[in-house]
Design a protein around this ligand. Structure first.
Ligand code: URA
Length: 212
């Protein structure tokens, strides 16, 4: 794959986001179709200027059919609230993988594999094309792998990647913040506050330009 998976993204040809979502809800030949977990696609405002791509649904998301509704979702809400962004109004939220990968070794879920990420990638790009938000946030390495074709979140986070169409910012995953609660300078949480403030600055620039 080239440096950015963008270069290779081809449209799936859906005419609307609703049509795409309706078709994805019927998916029965995807890689996790036999996993016994449900299709979980998105939430938020499809007209938002910010699209956030996460990893995969967890147990709570699998029960409710809505992404980022469990503990990681609550942390994500706090991050957005810190810069006065509302996750239902100002953001559209989706994932890189659309079913919870079932667990092994006593766990009820696991991280998606590279092959699973690649399988669902065209759908993530189709959501990006149809939502057409100018700012794209990638939370964690799985989203970076899906959209950028590379990992290394500690190196990638907090820096804008300009694709010509989108401004893309990798961020730590909220679950990582839950595992690392320290607020000391240089700790993941304090880096996240810096990054989200930068996202807010870019958002304000875009909004003020679009209302001129
Ligand atoms: N973590 C994610 O990346 N996505 C979800 O939907 C929930 C938890």
């Amino acid at each position: 794959m080239s440096q950015f998976a963008f270069d290779e993204a081809k449209s799936l040809g859906f005419e609307s986001l609703d049509a795409l979502i309706a078709s994805m809800q019927q998916m029965d030949d995807d890689l996790l179709a036999n996993a016994g977990t449900r299709v979980v696609i998105s939430r938020g405002n499809p007209k938002a200027k910010i699209l956030l791509v996460g990893e995969a649904p967890g147990p709570q998301e699998n029960i409710e059919g809505i992404p980022f509704i469990g503990r990681a979702g609550k942390m994500l809400e706090k991050v957005f609230e810190a810069v006065d962004l509302d996750s239902e109004k100002d953001i559209y939220i989706t994932n890189s993988v659309f079913r919870m990968p079932p667990g092994e070794a006593g766990k009820n879920f696991r991280k998606p594999t590279r092959v699973e990420i690649e399988h669902y990638r065209p759908y993530v790009f189709e959501i990006m094309r149809l939502v057409n938000a100018p700012i794209i946030l990638l939370t964690g390495n799985v989203a970076c792998q899906a959209i950028l074709g590379q990992t290394g979140i500690t190196r990638l986070r907090g820096k804008w990647i300009e694709t010509g169409k989108y401004s893309v910012m990798p961020l730590f995953h909220p679950s990582y913040l839950l595992r690392n609660p320290s607020k000391k300078p240089g700790a993941p949480k304090s880096l996240m506050w810096e990054d989200i403030r930068e996202v807010r600055r870019r958002y304000d620039t875009l909004v003020s330009k679009s209302t001129l």
